[in-house]
Design a protein around this ligand. Structure first.
Ligand SMILES: NC(=O)c1ccc[n+]([C@@H]2O[C@H](COP(=O)([O-])OP(=O)(O)OC[C@H]3O[C@@H](n4cnc5c(N)ncnc54)[C@H](OP(=O)(O)O)[C@@H]3O)[C@@H](O)[C@H]2O)c1
Length: 295
């Protein structure tokens, strides 16, 4: 079973940059219509020109929508309905993070992350899925994050939202088996996009070894390739894929210990690494072997 990308209508959130823009580029010669959704309209208008240059017969709909406002998501769907645009494939790609101690984070930023990373994909899927099931064809591609599978101090809300998306997508996929609707989750590692600039994680991104980092184009291409094979979970990038597969064998206490270096840095609290600390016990040798900064 394959998602109806060819000659279908594909709605992509977060299409103004990064992975979403690359997914649009890679589908330009295949889809009938692509609906681009984000806040930065100029970027999407530029992309529309580029997509038309690739495929003059492609229909491109640009929809400005702030996904942190559910009423704007409703208006977007109403507008598509009015214009008789029937979505065959939904790509829930838009997302943002914010690197901060949780108590220092503003509620408006936390709320924005919850709305964009959780409410919007769930609402879009809810509004579009029934028709897909009725037609016996459709697809949902959810972009979560490898960060959901580890413990990342400073990104508590972000990783929490991506964990939600993980559980949601896996359960939804099982519910939809046999209906003709394909559901795939993509959990990228470090991808070169604007994400780290928005989230304030440039330092972490730069520290990630170059063999682990991939381009947005590679991420999009592996995401689509997995989606077409109805793979439940895609880890894009060869090295990262193996790292994630092996990390599933790591016991939870060691995962906690792995987060201690980052927690210490964030809180400027060296006592978090002291051997007697409950979370340090199992991982202390591993961490302290890397030196006081954990490098
Ligand atoms: N890059 C990585 O290392 C990485 C790793 C793991 C997972 N991911 C996930 O990959 C997905 C794509 O991110 P990216 O790396 O391509 O980052 P990006 O370049 O920053 O793109 C994020 C996209 O989300 C859109 N967006 C953000 N807030 C929005 C809002 N309120 N309303 C509508 N659209 C909004 C942005 O559009 P506007 O600003 O124009 O609205 C932009 O198009 C995200 O879900 C992210 O969590 C990325």
């Amino acid at each position: 079973m394959r998602p109806p990308i060819d000659s279908g209508t594909v709605l992509i959130t977060g299409a103004s940059s990064g992975i979403g823009r690359e997914i649009a580029r890679q589908l330009a010669r295949r889809a009938r219509t692509i609906v681009l959704v984000a806040r930065r309209v100029e970027r999407m208008e530029e992309l529309r020109e580029e997509l038309h240059a690739r495929n003059p017969t492609l229909g491109v709909v640009v929809e400005r929508c702030d996904l942190s406002h559910p009423e704007e998501v409703d208006s977007l769907l109403d507008s598509l309905h009015r214009h008789l645009v029937q979505v065959d494939v939904l790509v829930n790609n838009a997302g943002l993070g914010d690197y901060s101690l949780y108590e220092e984070e503003s509620w408006s930023r936390i709320h924005q992350m919850l709305q964009v990373n959780v409410t919007a994909p769930v609402l879009l899927a809810h509004r579009l899925l029934r028709r897909m099931v009725e037609r016996g064809r459709g697809g949902i591609l959810n972009i979560s994050s490898g960060g959901a599978r580890v413990f990342v101090p400073g990104l508590a809300v972000y990783t929490g939202t991506k964990r939600f998306l993980d559980g949601f997508t896996e359960a939804l996929r099982l519910e939809l088996l046999g209906t003709g609707v394909v559901v795939t989750q993509v959990a990228p590692g470090p991808v070169e996009t604007e994400f780290s600039e928005v989230a304030g994680t440039q330092e972490q991104q730069e520290r990630a070894p170059s063999w682990l980092r991939i381009s947005a184009a590679q991420c999009a291409s592996e995401a689509l390739e997995g989606f077409e094979r109805a793979v439940p979970l895609v880890y894009p990038g060869f090295a990262y894929r193996w790292m994630m597969r092996l990390s599933s064998l790591v016991p939870r206490p060691v995962m906690r210990a792995g987060g201690l270096v980052a927690a210490r840095k964030l809180r400027h609290d060296t006592s978090l690494l002291e051997p007697g600390h409950p979370d340090a016990r199992l991982g202390e040798r591993l961490l302290l072997a890397g030196g006081p900064d954990g490098h």
